[in-house]
Design a protein. Structure first.
Length: 367
């Protein structure tokens, strides 16, 4: 496909896009807890924390977590000396838990190797745990005013429509990044990046874009062609495979729930779980699955399934429940060194991923 050049659109030169967009941003920007007024120096810690949390997560979901982290750890030095378990507990429910572990590791690196000052350049930022090209560019631009080009889903959509890019994502990513980079101004690159994000989130939305109020409508090739709602094109995603497993919810007669620490590597590493079988594609293996339960007891199957969608697969879990004595002995299958009993009243404060909270809620719903 031929790349679209920076040309004049309907009387407005594309070179005027930054000024038009920044004027709009100064009037209409979203009030977010990690944002600073135009012309005000940003706090790199707050910018970094928000960008890590916003990876694959909505603004609405992130706000209470961001505020919680700032209350617990107001500065990078505070986060660096925190216990990883406390960080995972505070992160619980936000998903993609590798981000939390990388967040903690990154804070330690910033303190130990950079004297508590975040590096300014994309190249240096990319050496830190959990920071990829988008996040490095966002921090460099927003926190330090570097002329970097972060390109998220919102910016891809705005750029694809501005230049009527017909190439489908993900193949179009290099083209869109190049076009977005040519738009980014030397002055206020951080505000420009946030303006592009805000425009995509509030005006140039995936469905039914509000072109009548868009500050860039006269320069938008897709709008001129009447194809704005169709762009960007995307290749069809394959169906997610389905994995299945069985969870064993053991509750003592005095109200404690058996939890187990997951392995140090892999999905949900080091998080707490309800003891479960392996998650496998296809039907569960033949045989008496109760033999693999963590406690010998009278187990009964809770009606229904727990369904949870991960990035690359869909999970379906059958839940078995049993009431056991407080001195119950764990089986070989429990891996007792990784298990502990937690009072039901303290479950909310534990580092439980969302899928495990679903399993517990499903298993206890008859109480």
């Amino acid at each position: 496909m031929a790349k679209v050049a920076l040309v004049q659109h309907y009387g407005d030169p594309v070179e005027n896009i930054p000024d038009a967009l920044l004027d709009w941003y100064d009037r209409e920007r979203r009030d977010l807890p990690w944002r600073y007024a135009p012309g005000t120096e940003a706090d790199p810690y707050r910018v970094w924390l928000s960008e890590i949390m916003l990876q694959q997560t909505t603004v609405k979901t992130v706000i209470p977590y961001f505020e919680r982290f700032l209350k617990l750890w107001p500065a990078v030095e505070d986060l660096a000396v925190a216990d990883e378990e406390e960080v995972l507990q505070a992160w619980s429910g936000l998903g993609y838990y590798t981000r939390a572990r990388n967040l903690h590791a990154c804070a330690r690196r910033v303190v130990e190797e950079f004297g508590s000052a975040f590096p300014r350049t994309e190249a240096e930022l990319l050496t830190l745990p959990g920071i990829g090209p988008y996040t490095a560019a966002a921090i460099a631009a927003i926190a330090f005013g570097e002329r970097a080009t972060p390109v998220d889903g919102n910016i891809e959509r705005v750029t694809a429509r501005l230049f009527a890019v017909r190439e489908a994502l993900p193949d179009a990513k290099p083209t869109l990044r190049g076009l977005a980079g040519r738009l980014s101004p030397a002055d206020r690159p951080g505000d420009f990046a946030q303006a592009m994000m805000d425009l995509g989130a509030t005006v140039c939305t995936p469905k039914r874009p509000s072109c009548l109020v868009c500050p860039l409508k006269d320069a938008c090739e897709a709008h001129a062609l009447g194809v704005e709602a169709e762009l960007p094109y995307r290749e069809a995603k394959p169906d997610r495979p389905v994995r299945r497993g069985i969870a064993f919810l053991a509750v003592t007669d005095d109200g404690n729930v058996l939890l187990r620490r997951r392995p140090d590597t892999g999905l949900l590493a080091r998080m707490l779980e309800v003891p479960s079988t392996e998650w496998v594609e296809g039907p569960q293996p033949d045989g008496d699955v109760i033999k693999t339960a963590p406690v010998r007891a009278d187990w009964w199957q809770v009606p229904g399934l727990v369904v949870h969608t991960f990035t690359h697969f869909r999970l379906e879990i059958e839940v078995y429940r049993a009431v056991v004595p407080s001195n119950a002995t764990l089986t070989f299958w429990a891996d007792s060194a990784r298990c502990r009993w937690v009072p039901r009243g303290r479950l909310a404060g534990e580092a439980l991923p969302t899928v495990m909270r679903k399993i517990i809620a499903h298993g206890l719903k008859s109480d």
